[in-house]
Design a protein. Sequence first.
Length: 291
Amino acid sequence: MQWVDRQLPPEYPLQVKIFPLLLLPFITSCVVKPPPSAPPLVPGDPSAPSQVTPQESLAIAQEISNHPWRPFSNNIKHAEDKAGIRVNTPDIGHEPGLKRQGWWVPGNVNTGIPYKWGGFDDLTSFDQAIANGLAGGDVATPEKRRADNAAVSSQAAGIDCSGFVSRCLKLPAVHDTTQLPTVCTPLAGWADVRPGDVLNIPHRHVILCAGWASPDHTWLYYYETGGPPDYWKPGLKQAPLEKLAALGYQPLRYCGMAREVVAAGGDAKAVLTRGVKATAASVTEPTVGEP
């Protein structure tokens, strides 16, 4: 094969000869660069009941908060169950106009697994229970808090605050607010909190940290069920750190949570996407959650 010289003849204008060189910076700038790799994670304690990453934990929280389901009138209950336990589903007819009113609408596709006192359902068990005609949730009351586990109805489906956090940590069994500290390590202070950490008040309430909501660390993202503004519906929220700390929340890190190595004074990589952050409800006056 004869080699063909592709050099431009001398009679071509200078502009034509240098035009390819002018295109070179533009072409190189259009090269698609691979996305930055995720920071390496140090595995959690192998003796912990489960292993989970911050990304997995928040993904589970988002799934529970956005889970679609269609209830019907037979899933509404405002009466005692077969064991004599009072059940009140957080349907749209529950306490309309009041602060802790119900929200789900029978016959419609609703999103989010409803609150149920003592509930620990996952997506599959919840869907099956609703299909079988069980009550769609069961709100907390001072009477239920006093009765504790004796007030948990087997005729209702859903998830409560500790059941929600336990699911997000991939725990094989529910850990309530007094049991979660036994599988967690207390943090030195609020400056150390990261996505996937647990904010707990023993005997009262627990929420899941989702990261900083402001660069100056004065607002925090968190997932919760049982708190304002939609008390009986799970979701992503943001609130002033000062107000959360004043309520008595204790920052903990689950022993089985993988962690990112962060330099002193630095922040862990954000887990929430910009689109997910935009859905967060702003809670200027957070409360401890269920009555």
